[in-house]
Design a binder for this molecule. Sequence first.
Ligand SMILES: Cc1ncc(C[n+]2csc(CCOP(=O)(O)OP(=O)(O)O)c2C)c(N)n1
Ligand code: SF4
Length: 350
Amino acid sequence: MTYVRSTFRHPALPKNDLGYTVDYYEGSLSTLCAGCGHDSINAAIVEACWELNIEPHKVAKLSGIGCSSKSPAYFLSNSHGFNSVHGRMPSVATGANLANRDLIYFGVSGDGDTASIGMGQFVHVVRRNLNMVYLVMNNGCYGLTKGQDSATADAGSKSKAGSVNLFEAIDLSSLAIELGATFVAQSFSGDKEQLTPLLKAAMKHKGFAFLNVISPCVTFNNNPGSTKSYDYVREHVEATATVDFVPIMREIITNYEAGDVNHLLMHDGTTIRLHKLAKDWDPFDRASAMSAMHRARAKDEILTGLLYIDENSKDLHQVLNTSEEPLNTLTETHLCPGSSALDKLNSSLR
Ligand SMILES: Cc1ncc(C[n+]2csc(CCOP(=O)(O)OP(=O)(O)O)c2C)c(N)n1
Ligand code: SF4
């Protein structure tokens, strides 16, 4: 089947501060199944980047293998991209990030790509607090290879063929918090209103920003008995908070009651405004976030929103005190300090 996308754009389409209309942030025409949750997430990414006035050439999209990992082809055509090997996106992201800290690193992965073959790489990129967005499009199955249960499928969840999953699910968000992730959020592909500000906040966070987004696979895991179907998720979603993203100097006045709202100042002067809905949960406290998640799981609720944030996050570059200049711009003078500096260094080690 041949797909044709019209190149006509209405002349009155709004432009962002850089003068781009939203289509400048789109990618190729999607080849995912009609109704796949991943496409809704891609649309939210396009919107978030357009609204944030991001220069597409300042973004590096990274992924592994899977329907989810094909997604970077469907947003930001004008950005850098690297579609790596199954489960190996974190090491590619780490290498690229260490070579050039000036880009926004946007990683897209699947629950298979992250929670099975890529688990070894995932845990290390979390604990190193690499400055990146790591988004898992979580459908509880291996969509690309025809719907086998993944490690995030809930125990008791039924596949399309009727078999029941016998094993406990890996909860990637709890794991990320446990390993020291400094920004952890959950959302649902069907809730663009919540997802878009979370994406913006994640892109502005300095450190590892983890987003676990439930994204139903309409072809292999949207059946009755599945806990990752559209119907099940809609019935079990429980939001921790509403999240607004406030650009610099553009405070929007809303009618939140005093005391309910937390203003989080990001490193570039933008603000995330968090309106808490759950009383017994503190997003700045790791233990409180963990116990809120445990309580939700015991009630079969899917907690969404910003679950945890460390405002004092130190990313890998700060920890290692690396060069601020991209490595490919360093000259010989930077790279070779001369024999007297080397003698000094050697004698300090004796
Ligand atoms: C090394 C390797 N092992 C296995 C595969 C086969 N394979 C391709 S995608 C995939 C799983 C995809 O599941 P997920 O990451 O959840 O993405 P989804 O397709 O569901 O979005 C597997 C097992 C592969 N491509 N490479
Ligand atoms: S197989 Fe599932 S995950 Fe893959 S594109 Fe289709 S609906 Fe999406």
